[in-house]
Design a protein around this ligand. Structure first.
Ligand SMILES: [Zn+2]
Length: 319
């Protein structure tokens, strides 16, 4: 059993080295929640509006890629995520300019289009040194700035805390219920079910967030991302947290016809069948396949916090 380890050095498709180790604007960070850090004026704050993602049986995918459970959608999605930028954008205008924009600056708004969301356990960001059990990342692309014609990215992070004896969070259930247990598998969210993505964020009056310029937290660790980390934690039950960790743990999945595969890219092709995460060891008979997955070790899918260097980190208070 060879655990999957992330390689942090390499080159992209154009032969350019990744910046995971050399970059000075890497993510995640240990964020200060102190009221003393400077604020983003209300008028410049990012606004999020996510309608429910409603399944028709083949438009919403829940993917186990071996590192995370990721949700993608195949049809246009009418979300409104508005980011403030300087007015009269030029080639030099960046999606991260909002962090340092003066309170009286003339501004415009650009739309960020959500592409997918996924989870990390434990959290990647810390707040005042505190680690949370789970962090949700909603990844968006911005294209309507001259410098973003081929796409700039902004990520919204939501932290989750464990309820000690509380009920399951019903908003997480459609995702966890249908999350594949085997790497490389994809399940469609069943027709009629929906994910209330907007409700997974804190209520609008509680959407305090910390913002800074950072990076992807997996290779190629590209920088220039506008990060928002919402600091009011949402809830996950212990039962749900176990389900998530079970789904992304290292597993030895043996088909009952004798072939065994150890949680690897051998399952590079996505399979479509429906499973529930019930226990560490279980069998399935759907889609003509039968296999049993045994958890070999629980994995963790977070990156360690990075150095801040000279970056401004700012707080946006919802009220
Ligand atoms: Zn992430």
């Amino acid at each position: 059993m060879v655990p999957l380890l992330i390689r942090w050095e390499g080159v992209d498709g154009a032969g350019k080295p990744w910046v995971c180790k050399s970059g000075k604007r890497q993510s995640p960070l240990n964020l200060p929640s102190s009221k003393a850090i400077s604020h983003i004026p209300r008028a410049h704050q990012t606004r999020w509006s996510y309608p429910n993602l409603v399944s028709n049986g083949s438009n919403i995918e829940i993917i186990n890629n071996g590192h995370t459970i990721q949700v993608e959608w195949l049809s246009p999605y009418g979300a409104e995520v508005n980011i403030t930028v300087p007015a009269n954008a030029t080639n030099e205008t960046r999606i991260t300019d909002v962090i340092t924009l003066g309170a009286t600056a003339k501004t415009a708004v650009v739309k960020a289009v959500p592409l997918q969301f996924h989870f990390h356990a434990t959290s990647e960001h810390m707040v005042d040194g505190k680690i949370y059990p789970l962090e949700l990342h909603i990844v968006h692309r911005v294209t309507d700035l001259p410098a973003c014609a081929s796409g700039c990215f902004t990520v919204t992070g939501v932290l989750f805390e464990l309820t000690t004896a509380g009920p399951d969070n019903p908003l997480l259930e459609p995702i966890l219920e249908h999350a594949p247990v085997r790497e490389g598998d994809i399940h469609f969210l069943p027709a009629g079910e929906e994910i209330q993505l907007g409700e997974l964020l804190p209520a609008p009056a509680e959407r305090d967030y910390i913002t800074y310029e950072g990076s992807l937290t997996t290779p190629p660790c590209s920088e220039g991302l506008l990060w928002h980390v919402l600091t009011t934690p949402q809830k996950i039950s212990l039962n749900q947290w176990r389900k998530y960790r079970s789904a992304v743990s290292f597993k030895d999945c043996a088909a009952t016809n004798g072939t065994s595969s150890t949680d690897s890219a051998e399952h590079g092709h996505h399979r479509h069948h429906h499973r529930r995460i019930l226990a560490a060891e279980e069998a399935t008979t759907t889609a003509g396949e039968e296999y049993t997955c045994k958890i070999v070790a629980y994995g963790a899918n977070f990156r360690n916090v990075q150095k801040v260097y000279e970056r401004p980190v700012k707080l946006a208070r919802a009220q």
